[in-house]
Design a protein around this ligand. Sequence first.
Ligand code: NAI
Length: 463
Amino acid sequence: MKITKICCIGAGYVGGPTMAVIAQKCPDIKVTVVDLNGARIAAWNDKDTNNIPIYEPGLAEVVAEARGRNLFFSTDVEKAIDEAEMIFISVNTPTKTYGSGKGMAADLKYIELCARQIARVSKSNKIVVEKSTLPVRTAEAIKNILDNTGNGVRFQILSNPEFLAEGTAVQDLLNPDRILIGGDTTEEGQHAINALVDVYANWVAKEKILTTNLWSSELSKLTANAFLAQRVSSINALSELCEKTGADVSEVAKAIGMDSRIGPKFLKASVGFGGSCFQKDILNLVYIAKAYGLNEVADYWEQVIIMNDHQKRRFSHKIVTTLYNTVSGKKIAFLGWAFKKDTNDTRESAAIYVADDLINEQAELYVFDPKVAEGQILSDLNYLDSRTAEENKKQVTVAASPYEACKDAHAIAVLTEWDEFRDYDWKKIYDNMMKPAFVFDGRNILDAKQLTEMGFIYKGIGS
Ligand code: NAI
């Protein structure tokens, strides 16, 4: 079966970039991305592609090329479902905030709503692709809903998890390490798998396209994120030991990373990982393990989260103790709010939790991030519900420039590894700060030697 029309439900950090690249690489396929959020769709359709809602290097150009040709953004979900032969579900799957599994299980209500809507609207056979990250065996639930419409329409469910990393989404989509497609082992299932393989084969080498059964595919995505996060927590755990022993975590990371069995990536110590995925996917894995009574497996992976929470708290605590045990009324400048560089995504960013701790200590925060606006920063803090929105607004000022953020500050905390932070006029920043001038580099990106020579008291992670 040759696919000519694709619909993607969910125009977020995954649905938007993924479909833009499919449309760019497959000009014969009409790709329609739909979302309930009208403001988000309007932004995707903004005349100026620099105003699209998601910042990713290179994405505006891809959208500019394909949009209006074979890439469309719309709020008309039903029409797009009805037209398409293949429907990607790319909606959010956050951690449940209520009921059983609260704080751990994935909240699948958005997925179920999509399945029910597909079941209601479809008049012809469809291939439904899980692009969202889902607990293992979710395809079974989706299939149950779709198979009980009674109107004779037949559905095939595929799992096609997305491995892109925010900040490098376009590059990752253009040159993926692998594409993973899970499907039914029946003949119909294999036909569906092949239809999706053919889409990717427009730009991805066939050897890089792996096909598996549904459950392996679903579980592989959770496992990939758990392994990546586990490396960060492992090196972060060692960073604390380095600080006590005189070892330097960057040197340790380099030494072990040159071992080809370990490899050099994902060994950078930091204030802790953030992002919408790592924590929620590990919690999800932990929840699934517990549901099967596998308590040791659950505890093993939960420790990755416990370590990450500790690393964030340790960073804010270090700021307080270094500033003579009080930050009350002191100005602290935050450089960076996004959870990593080259994205405007702030979900689960370490900055939010460090800020929350320091506000509890009555610090006055001045935040500068090159891509994150004031409204987002305040809403991230308000979401924690630690205090009223008015109190957050009183304690936090969002600065228009790094120099404004750092002026008269007692300390600077680097929370995101934006490249531009390295190139600031650090002498000018130093001259305008309170003395002693402290820098807490939560990403180990600044030149410690140079800053120390200028007069800063520099504190990195793990040395
Ligand atoms: P997101 O929150 O940016 O986007 C999801 C979109 O779905 C929202 O715009 C929302 O309005 C829309 N939506 C929800 N229910 C809908 C419905 N019934 N009909 C139409 N639209 C609906 O989420 P994001 O980051 O794109 O993540 C989506 C999925 O992809 C999640 O399962 C996530 O775990 C997974 N993922 C995310 C990655 C990332 O880097 N953000 C990477 C790989 C996977």
